[in-house]
Design a protein around this ligand. Structure first.
Ligand SMILES: [Zn+2]
Length: 77
């Protein structure tokens, strides 16, 4: 059972907050700003990594998913 693996979260805004989630990893809520040139940031408390999904930086990673989503939203509109 591994408990110390940093979590990876996908976010869509540069400004995010982290409180470490539930349990032992919890910490006071802080706000982080993802550097645009970097596209991700790690929480200094819990090492959770926040990856920005809505920028060119991570377009490759999320390409498949965003293609599906844009097709869906086009249909709905
Ligand atoms: Zn955190």
């Amino acid at each position: 059972m591994v408990t110390n693996i940093p979590e990876t979260k996908f976010v869509t805004t540069h400004r995010i907050s982290c409180d470490g989630g539930e349990g032992a990893l919890g910490h006071p809520r802080i706000w982080l700003r993802i550097p645009e040139h970097q596209g991700w940031i790690e929480c200094p408390y819990c090492d959770c990594r926040f990856i920005l999904t809505a920028t060119e930086n991570v377009q490759i990673t999320m390409r498949k998913k965003s293609t599906e989503e844009s097709r869906k939203s086009t249909t709905e509109k």
